[in-house]
Design a binder for this molecule. Sequence first.
Ligand code: AP5
Length: 216
Amino acid sequence: MRIILLGAPGAGKGTQCKNIVAGYRLQHLSSGDILRRNRSAGTDLGKKAQSYMDAGDLVPDRIIIDMMSEAIREAPLAGFVLDGFPRTVNQARELDESLAGDGAIDAVVNLKIDDSIVQARMTGRRSCPKCGAVYHIENLKPKTKGVCDHDGAELVQRPDDTPEVVANRLETYHRQTEPLVDYYKKNGTVFDIEADRDPDEVKACIFEKLQTLVKL
Ligand code: AP5
């Protein structure tokens, strides 16, 4: 199964991808996580991406397309979930071309959320620098405050989760990424999911939709 998770920053893409990959044994391919790993490792790619990410702007298409094409090539045959890619119509077209003849995208899961909810989610997010687990100081607390449940690492706040940068990320999303919803509605299956609900309810709704693909 090949799935794309679409949605604004903070819609819950990363949170729900973890559920989907566990439930369907797929590979999680997150463009944001790959970029952050490159930044931590000090690679050329990480250095090129840094200023765009810190400002809440998109990293140039060519850099992202090359990076994600390589990740997809290395993904196991069982399938993958794309999180944060594609993010522009140009990226989507290149993805379609690269997958042509090799099985297309089965469905797009579109997490719908109001901008007003996003700020609180982002500024309250904490993540594990070791395993990438995502928490929230109110909505999804770790068992011990500030510590990852899985590996005991100290949780950190992302540098692009400040109110000013989040505002720019939202504006960037509406201008450059939201048009992808129509792009995929014209070209394939889109499951619209209301994401302003309890994470378990969102998960149940996504799984109900994905089951329809398994039965096909
Ligand atoms: P990226 O890392 O992809 O960030 P994003 O898309 O802005 O999404 P987030 O990771 O911030 O949010 P999410 O939807 O995954 O939400 P989460 O599950 O964490 O990209 C970062 C940057 O990299 C970009 O700005 C850009 O510069 C660059 N980049 C990446 N891909 C690119 C591309 N393709 N092209 C160009 N540039 C690219 O949840 C958020 C919080 O809410 C958490 O605390 C969580 O616990 C909580 N939460 C989740 N679900 C719920 C719920 N249902 N109820 C209450 N709280 C919830």
